[in-house]
Design a protein around this ligand. Structure first.
Ligand SMILES: Cc1cc2nc3c(=O)[nH]c(=O)nc-3n(C[C@H](O)[C@H](O)[C@H](O)COP(=O)(O)OP(=O)(O)OC[C@H]3O[C@@H](n4cnc5c(N)ncnc54)[C@H](O)[C@@H]3O)c2cc1C
Length: 834
């Protein structure tokens, strides 16, 4: 066995094998794939092999699309048939809301180049007469996917990997990882058979590797323990059953009927496909329990759990309803295996928190579908530094250090159960809530707050009726304008016309200080650093020149900075910042990085009357001038006192109105809330949620991280040259310049349907009906009285006045590129003196 490799991939399931293959294909020939048992002996062995293209996430859709295309090429490359049956995939809808969901999904599919067709119940019946279409509204059909043999496709990838120089070692288990400062020393133990179990022998060896990837499937908890990190990848039981041959199906096929596509009755929560004259039914039922929260027992190899038929009775009956011929057919076989999940149902792909050259590819629930694409994009990240798509939504650090085993179990069970629920874009899931709350939570709730979750943190989305029933928010959801819309609209108006207050406590906050802090941040971010007492908007770039993180930097002192970034990705930002600071300390001097996210709450007070409100509570020798432009200019920060609360006040407003962010000690939050609420009575202060804020920031063309800003576009492509100081050197600068401006961000005013706004997933077309880009945000503009969106098109098309179209609900709606910051383009209201 080799004792040194460039990359060691631990885990020989579909995922690890694909990663090894793709690393070799990307040019790393010195790769070892390690498997404690036999290839495919983990979860891959149980899989039904479906390859659904359907997914609401942009990144995952790209991953699935790559896999489906790639698997079709494997036989030619390796000579091994991966058993890909391209039978297509028919997702049926029982309700109009389900059809709305498919139309929203189709928007994402289009932007990823995924082909789909619409089918009416009559068309379905004509092609597949065994399907009962009586209660169907229609279906979306993917002709290009289907199902594959999971073991065969893995073996084909393994052969392809070997052909490209990868070595595969079986019956060796990775048991310890040690980072020497430049490489990993991985201790391996030879595994042996004993009494039907696979157990460690006394034989050990050490392999050193520059990079390690873990793809350990259901063993993720053991891997996390060995690495000393947390991973919310815990399996849930998943069962499928195989029926005896169905005489009606056998007859239909005998008469020349085409094989059924994989049928999905999403409202009934199942998939069905043909299997040797019978059917496979795979339900995603309620009540499937999480398993092995602390690790897989040695005695569990390719084992299965007993079938729980009672749990899937409802789905079973609904299969009989949909395919009446199944009523008389008996059961032939059943599978109940552990399927790995994460709290949001997406895998963990990317660098491990706190560790160098350690990559995770864990928590795959659709791992056969995802393997090809996950291997391809992870290999890009490792070999080239970044993937061509933004992988932030799959980053392992999107779940913070606050995450626990119990949380992961409950959320993973919920994610499993939600596979087929309506994926409303305004959905907020219920499990494990409330968990992380700011002190004002109860007060906000008592005032009608309907909360959403950011990184586990409760944040008001909007303020509904005071006497709202418990189900209010659930029932308010829609693919169109939900019942919450009117509340968000009133809140947005309040900020434009009066004064509103937003709880923005979930923001990520870091304090960066020390002798090396200034030189470090100057290199780390692309804008000029602010002077003491001032603030700047700036970006930290990837090595590829794309946007890694957006920061508002407040300079508290010569060598002391307060960095505010998106609340969704605290650990992602912190990890990147700490690693970069450690790397550069030798060059720049000591740099202290402290995550102070939970030490400070934030109330954003904005609107034409915000100054009057704050003046009423500020304690200052001259309260009349304390908030004037002279003493407190726009884009500056001041330590002020509001009543007895010391506040780091920052004169910015993400809503684009006159306003201040009030960063305050979290333990004084309720005091400050009461003070502002009482004083606000005179000014008509309205509590405002995140949905209204999201609309308002689009009227100002403020880009949002995770939407317009991400690792697939540079700040220049985001059309933010004013925040890039080309006169200095900074991380990613030359790469950013080399990329040029491939496409450009713009703001669109959309004359959409009466009852809906775009969500930010929609495809953009030119006037001839050619697809030219995609939206990354969407909503409603109170200033213009119509829908608004932001997105990317070619630089020529991003010119103000360009007429475009946006596809919503399968129709094209007129849109026009607005000037940047269509509301108050000269920032007059923000800069207003008083
Ligand atoms: C009943 C069922 C049906 C499913 N149907 C589908 C489907 O239709 N479509 C689909 O896309 N997905 C399906 N899945 C999910 C799919 O099986 C998984 O997502 C996929 O197999 C995950 O692959 P993996 O490589 O991550 O994990 P695994 O296949 O579990 O591979 C991990 C490997 O790592 C090895 N390993 C672990 N720790 C170590 C160590 N320390 N050292 C060395 N080796 C180690 C294990 O032995 C194992 O072989 C299904 C799952 C189940 C249970």
């Amino acid at each position: 066995m080799k004792t040194h490799v460039k990359a060691l991939v631990v885990g020989g399931g579909a995922i690890g094998t694909s990663i090894a293959y793709h690393l070799a294909r990307a040019g790393w020939s010195d790769v070892m794939l390690l498997e404690r048992d036999e290839l495919t002996s983990g979860s891959t062995w149980h899989a039904a092999g479906l390859l659904p293209l359907f997914n609401m996430s942009y990144a995952v859709t790209h991953i699935h699309q790559y896999s489906v295309d790639f698997y079709k090429t494997l036989e030619e490359e390796t000579g091994l048939n991966a058993g890909f049956s391209v039978v297509g995939n028919l997702r049926m809808a029982q309700s109009d809301a389900r059809m709305d969901e498919y139309m929203l999904y189709a928007a994402t599919a289009e932007t990823c180049g995924v082909h789909y067709e619409w089918m009416s119940p009559a068309q379905i019946k004509e092609r597949w007469p065994l399907v009962n279409t009586d209660d169907l509204k229609g279906a979306i059909y993917h002709p290009e996917d289907g199902y594959i043999n999971p073991a065969d496709v893995t073996m084909a990838m393994a052969k392809g990997a070997r052909q490209r120089g990868v070595t595969i070692e079986r019956k060796w288990q990775a048991d310890a990882y040690e980072w020497t400062g430049s490489e990993w020393r991985v201790t391996l133990t030879k595994m042996v058979e004993k009494g039907g179990n696979l157990v460690p022998s006394d034989e050990q060896t050490v392999v050193t590797a520059e990079h390690v990837v873990t793809a350990t499937g259901n063993h993720a908890q053991r891997t996390a323990r060995l690495l000393g990190i947390k991973m919310p990848a815990i399996p849930v039981e998943h069962q499928f059953i195989v029926t005896e041959p169905d005489p009606a199906l056998v007859a239909y096929r005998k008469e020349g009927g085409a094989e059924h596509p994989v049928l999905r009755d999403a409202d009934a929560k199942w998939y069905v496909r043909e299997e040797r004259g019978g059917w496979i039914l795979g339900p995603y039922e309620r009540g499937a329990p999480a398993r092995f929260p602390y690790g897989v027992p040695d005695s569990f190899r390719a084992d299965l759990f007993p079938l729980d038929l009672e749990r899937i009775e409802e789905e079973y009956m609904s299969m009989i309803h949909r395919i009446p011929s199944t009523e008389e057919v008996g059961l032939k076989d059943d599978f109940n295996g552990p399927i790995c999940y994460t709290p949001d149902g997406n895998p963990l792909v990317g660098p491990a928190p706190g560790l160098r050259n350690m990559w995770l590819a864990e928590g795959f629930s659709f791992g056969i579908t995802a393997a090809g694409g996950a291997g391809y994009y992870l290999a890009q990240m490792m070999v080239d530094g970044e993937a061509e798509i933004d992988m932030a939504s799959l980053d392992p650090k999107r779940f913070g250090a606050w995450m626990t085993t119990e949380y992961a179990c409950r959320k993973n069970e919920e994610a499993y159960e939600h596979v087929y629920i309506l994926h409303h874009p305004d959905e907020e899931r219920r499990a494990c809530r409330p968990l992380r709350t700011a002190p004002s939570y109860d007060r906000l709730k008592a005032r009608g707050a309907q909360f959403g979750v950011v990184n586990g943190f409760e944040r008001p989305n909007y303020f509904g009726p005071l006497d709202a029933p418990a189900e209010f928010d659930h029932n308010a959801r829609s693919f169109r304008r939900g019942d919450w819309w009117q509340y968000a609209e009133a809140e947005a108006r309040a900020i434009r016309e009066g004064v509103g207050m937003i709880d923005a406590s979930a923001f990520t906050k870091h304090r960066v200080s020390g002798p090396g802090a200034t030189a470090f941040l100057d290199w780390f971010t692309c804008n000029k650093l602010p002077k003491v007492g001032r603030i700047n908007l700036t970006y930290a770039l990837t090595e590829q020149g794309t946007t890694r993180t957006e920061y508002t930097i407040v300079r508290l002192g010569e060598d002391e900075y307060y960095l505010v970034s998106s609340g969704a990705l605290t650990d992602y930002d912190g990890d990147f910042l700490r690693k970069a600071a450690a790397d550069k300390a030798g060059e720049f001097g000591y740099i202290a990085v402290q995550d102070v996210t939970t030490q400070y709450g934030v109330f954003a007070v904005a609107g034409p009357k915000s100054r009057d409100l704050l003046r009423a509570v500020i304690k200052d020798a001259d309260p009349d001038t304390a908030l004037s432009n002279k003493r407190f200019p726009w884009l500056s920060a001041r330590q002020i006192e509001l009543g007895m609360c010391p506040v780091n006040a920052v004169r910015v407003a993400y809503t684009g109105e006159l306003g201040w962010e009030l960063h305050h000690p979290i333990e004084m939050q309720n005091y400050l809330f009461d003070l502002l609420e009482k004083a606000g009575e005179e000014y008509g202060l309205k509590l405002v949620g995140a949905r209204a804020q999201n609309w308002l920031r689009q009227e100002k063309s403020y880009r949002a991280f995770g939407h317009e800003l991400g690792r697939d576009a540079t700040p220049l492509e985001a059309d933010l040259p004013r925040f890039v100081d080309m006169s200095k050197e900074f991380q990613g600068k030359s790469a950013m310049e080399a990329l040029g401006v491939r496409s450009k961000c713009c703001t669109l005013l959309v004359d959409g349907p009466e009852d809906a706004d775009p969500w930010g997933h929609e495809a953009i077309y030119d006037q001839d009906g050619t697809r030219v880009g995609r939206l990354t945000s969407g909503g409603f503009s109170v200033a213009f009285g119509k829908s608004i969106g932001m997105g990317y098109v070619s630089p020529e098309m991003a010119e103000p006045g360009t007429k475009l179209q946006v596809r919503m609900f399968d129709q094209l709606w007129p849109a026009e590129v607005a000037v940047d910051s269509p509301y108050d383009p000269k920032n007059e209201t923000i800069r207003k003196d008083g």
